[in-house]
Write a protein that binds this ligand. Structure first.
Ligand code: SF4
Length: 261
């Protein structure tokens, strides 16, 4: 596991960063973080969900054979991308041997290969590949984030884990709110998790919340437009449920509603 403050490229924490150990701590430390950088640091050392802490650290200890010479990140993965982004992309949770290994969201796994290639085609990433936190890749006008920040067993966080983690994303949203005009949500899990977050951050969320669909588009009054997209998981990309043109279309639509054409 990467020790906070030891020079990892995405590490916003230090040995003085306060550690959340309960959902109440998460709400307090997320709510009073004075900057996005401090928020990232605080969320990256969170230990509020015992099951997920045990899993992420166990994966970091045992590692996959192909990565046996690497030190896994083994901590919560934060959002990544400029604070003044006009587009946000919301996923689900880090992959055990992807973000949980590299310390950067969607980096080092097949889902990320798909996402970053598409972001590059859309002019939102400097490179089509994303292999490690020090690969030089830069995002342009887009920030990628997630509602659950620790890798969950079988990619399935519990409802209580999702709820415990929500204040990190709510606080992040408040920092992004002034500039983000389009939110691309990858998959039904992220879609369901995002609405309470947006409501808690003061956005005008319809009731009942809109149903998830690929291509769904919801323009919030005085707020961003939320776009639905199938998740870039191998389950969808290998089977052709999500194709490159389908993903490109959603990202181009996001550019349009964000005023970037
Ligand atoms: S899932 Fe979220 S709340 Fe739970 S330990 Fe990880 S960062 Fe903390």
């Amino acid at each position: 596991m990467i020790v906070p403050g030891t020079g990892h490229p995405t590490d916003a924490a230090s040995d003085a960063t306060p550690v959340a150990r309960t959902p109440q701590d998460v709400a307090r430390l997320a709510g009073d973080a004075p900057s996005l950088r401090e928020l990232d640091g605080r969320s990256s050392v969170c230990r509020a969900c015992p099951r997920l802490v045990a899993w992420r650290e166990e994966v970091a200890r045992t590692r996959r054979a192909a990565y046996g010479d690497q030190v896994y990140w083994g901590r919560p993965v934060t959002g990544w991308g400029p604070a003044q982004a006009r587009i946000a992309v919301v996923g689900l949770a880090p992959a055990a041997h992807g973000g949980n290994r590299t310390g950067r969201i969607f980096t080092g796994d097949r889902s990320g290969d798909w996402l970053f290639a598409a972001l590059h085609r859309a002019g939102l990433a400097s490179s089509p590949t994303s292999t490690s936190a020090d690969d030089g890749l830069q995002l342009r006008d887009v920030r990628i984030t997630l509602p659950v920040r620790c890798a969950p067993p079988a990619n399935r966080p519990t409802t209580s884990e999702r709820d415990a983690c929500a204040p990190w994303l709510t606080a992040e949203w408040r920092f992004l709110q002034p500039t983000v005009r389009a939110v691309v949500v990858l998959g039904g899990y992220g879609w369901a998790a995002l609405w309470p977050v947006l409501r808690a951050a003061g956005e005008s969320v319809p009731s009942p919340v809109p149903r998830f669909a690929h291509g769904a588009e919801v323009a919030l009054a005085h707020g961003p437009t939320v776009l639905g997209c199938f998740h870039v998981s191998q389950q969808n990309t290998f089977t052709g449920r999500l194709t490159e043109p389908m993903l490109d279309q959603v990202l181009l639509r996001a550019r349009t509603v964000a005023g970037m054409t």
